[in-house]
Structures are given as C-alpha cells and as structure tokens.
Design a binder for this molecule. Structure first.
Ligand SMILES: Nc1ncnc2c1ncn2[C@@H]1O[C@H](COP(=O)(O)OP(=O)(O)OP(=O)(O)O)[C@@H](O)[C@H]1O
Ligand SMILES: [Mg+2]
Length: 331
C-alpha cells in the first residue's frame, strides 16, 4: 500500500516570554523581555500507509497536539519535513485542506449560535462540496452518529457528547482521505465514547480513510487501532503494533475491594491476590486474556461480603512506565 503520511525528523520549538510581575516587571517585559524555549516536538519520524489507523498517545505536554497541528498545516515546523498525500501541509494549505479533516476535541469548530445543520450548509459552500456528495454524507453521518434528535438545535443547547458528534460530522462532510482526531472523546461518557469509536472504526474500514487518533483513553485505542505511536517529551518512544503493548500491559486489571470478612486461603485461579491487614483492603490483579473481570467479581462475591469495590485499568501513564522499565519491548 501507498505511503500517505511521511514525517522526517520533525521538530518545533516554542518561544515563551517569561513575564516579570509588578510595575518594574511590566517595564522590563516591554523593554527587556526574557524568553525561554520549549522543544515541544524533538525529531520525530514515522510513516503511515493509506488506510492505516494509528493511535497517538503520550502524557500531557508530550507534543501530540503540536504534531497534529503541524500535520494539518496550522503550525509551521522549524525542523524536518512533512509530506501528506503529496502535499507539504504548511506550504500548500489551500489545496491541502480539501484532502483532510481535523477534529479538535478541546475546541469546537462549528458555530454555537447555529444548528449543526446550518453550519453544515456553510461548510458545504466553503468547501464547494457537490450537492449529491453533501446529501449522501449528511444522511449517512446523521444515521451513524445518531444525530437525528439534535441536528437542527442550536449547538449551545447540545450536550458535550452531541456537540462532539456534530463536530466530527462537520470535519468529514467533504469526504477527506485523511483525518486527524485530537482527543475526540475527551470529557465524554461511556455511551458517547462508544458511538464515536464505532463511527471512527466504520469509517476507517469501509472508506479506507487514513487516520491519526490522539487520546488519553486506552480503551479508545484498543477498540479502534492496530498500530500505536507513543510520544513523550517531544520524542517518539514506541511505534508498533497495539498487540505487542496489549499482551504486556493493556489486558491487566486490578480490582480493589473493601471486605467485611477475610477468610484465609482465598485463591482465585489466574489472579494475584494481596491483602492489607490494616485497612482490610483486598487487591486482585489479573489478566483479562486468562480470566474475565466478571468471573473474578463472581468468585470474590461468593466468598466475601463486599463493602466497596473498584476496577482499575492501566492508563497511558502505566503503559509508558512499563516501556521505560522494559516490560514492553520498544522497537
Ligand atoms: N502555542 C504554544 N506556545 C508555547 N508553548 C506551547 C504552545 N503549544 C504547546 N506548547 C507547549 O509545547 C508542549 C507540547 O504541547 P502539546 O499541546 O503538543 O502536548 P500534548 O501532547 O497535546 O498534551 P495534552 O495531552 O495535554 O493535550 C507543552 O510543553 C506545551 O506547553
Ligand atoms: Mg493535546
């Protein structure tokens, strides 16, 4: 398959003014400003094939959004090169944008005062979307994103999850070949996230759209991507199959339970159980490839009277820690 996105030694440094306070400080800020520099993206390279769906993860401030902004041509890189579908994004922005769709979960791109439908009409004119394509896409996205109930209501009245779905449809009305999603599930509940994930997956599979998907939610990645790029502090830390990371880490679950009684000799096959005498807290660690969460819960509840229980999934942070500590092989 053809290479769609090619990034070579990409970097971006931000110049940030250090502000002094008080009157003297204000004068100094004007006449003798001092700056510090933040290397947000520090020599990242990767290439993505047509139709690939790549999860892009890393801790806060890792450089994910900065990379997405450079890929979509909003920011100029100050080192390295980008080629997307034969375009240099920041240099050929006008022709380029017709080929891409961008969704920023943190920032809505449709007007608060209009309904999604009215915004879509505006977008249709801006992008000169042919009537038939527009109608077909609108009908399809309305159905797939379950937007019938709110498509004609002002955006300001919509819930976050509804607004995000409306935003996603807006970014895709012109049938782009490449889509960048920057945290499209942020702040959204489980049901809403599920709708977005299913939609993204459907689109990738049936339309062969190339996608980059940044998120802090490991479940997002697990349900949509085969390939994962992890970045930390502006550098690429891991680039490979999700499977590799998953077998080592993502299938681990930890159940913490507060129990009334603690019978001795508790043993559930395929789990590691520890018990804190002083707090009465029971910690059960297991691998969902070997035993299901519900089986562990059932086993626990059949022997214990449980006061409180919680299930923890490993987050992005623990995946990154596992890489640093060698539990997940990088490369
Ligand atoms: N416009 C800007 N001016 C100055 N510094 C910036 C700017 N945008 C980003 N940065 C800095 O660059 C670094 C990378 O930021 P970026 O937004 O790319 O991270 P991120 O991986 O998207 O993080 P998050 O998960 O929190 O969204 C951070 O240290 C951030 O403070
Ligand atoms: Mg970000």
């Amino acid at each position: 398959m053809e290479t769609m996105i090619s990034v070579e030694d990409l970097s971006k440094t931000f110049k940030i003014q250090r502000r002094s306070t008080g009157f003297a400080g204000a004068v100094k800020n004007i006449f003798h400003p001092t700056y510090e520099y933040k290397k947000a993206v520090d020599g990242i390279s990767f290439s993505i094939k047509e139709g690939e769906m790549v999860g892009f993860i890393g801790p806060n401030g890792a450089g994910k959004s900065t990379t997405v902004k450079m890929l979509s041509g909003i920011l100029h890189p100050d080192g390295g090169s980008i080629n997307v579908a034969g375009y240099i994004p920041h240099k050929q922005r006008k022709e380029y944008v017709a080929n891409i769709g961008v969704v920023f979960g943190q920032k809505s791109q449709i007007s608060w005062d209009l309904s999604p439908l009215d915004s879509y009409e505006v977008i249709k004119h801006i992008y000169r979307i042919p009537e038939k394509l527009y109608k077909d896409n609108l009908e399809r996205y309305t159905e797939l994103l379950d937007m019938k109930d709110f498509i004609d209501r002002p955006v300001r009245q919509l819930s976050l999850g509804q607004r995000m779905r409306a935003d996603i449809a807006a970014a895709l009305l012109h049938s782009p070949k490449i889509v960048f999603f920057d945290e499209p599930t942020i702040g959204i509940d489980v049901v809403g996230k599920d709708k977005i994930r299913k939609f993204i997956k459907t689109l990738n599979e049936t339309d062969n759209i190339t996608m980059i998907f940044t998120t802090h939610d490991m479940q997002d990645i697990e349900q949509t991507c085969q390939r994962l790029i992890i970045i930390d502090d502006g550098k690429k830390l891991y680039d490979g199959s999700l499977e590799n990371v998953k077998t080592d880490c993502v299938s681990t679950r930890i159940i913490e339970a507060e129990v009334e009684n603690m019978p001795s000799g508790l043993d559930i096959e395929n789990t590691q159980i520890t018990h804190d005498e002083s707090t009465g807290k029971l910690t059960v660690m297991f691998d969902t490839d070997k035993i299901s969460t519900s089986d562990v819960m059932t086993a626990l509840m059949s022997t214990h009277s449980i006061k409180d229980i919680s299930i923890k999934e490993p987050g992005i942070d623990s995946v990154i820690r596992d890489i640093y500590e060698g539990r997940i092989k990088v490369g």
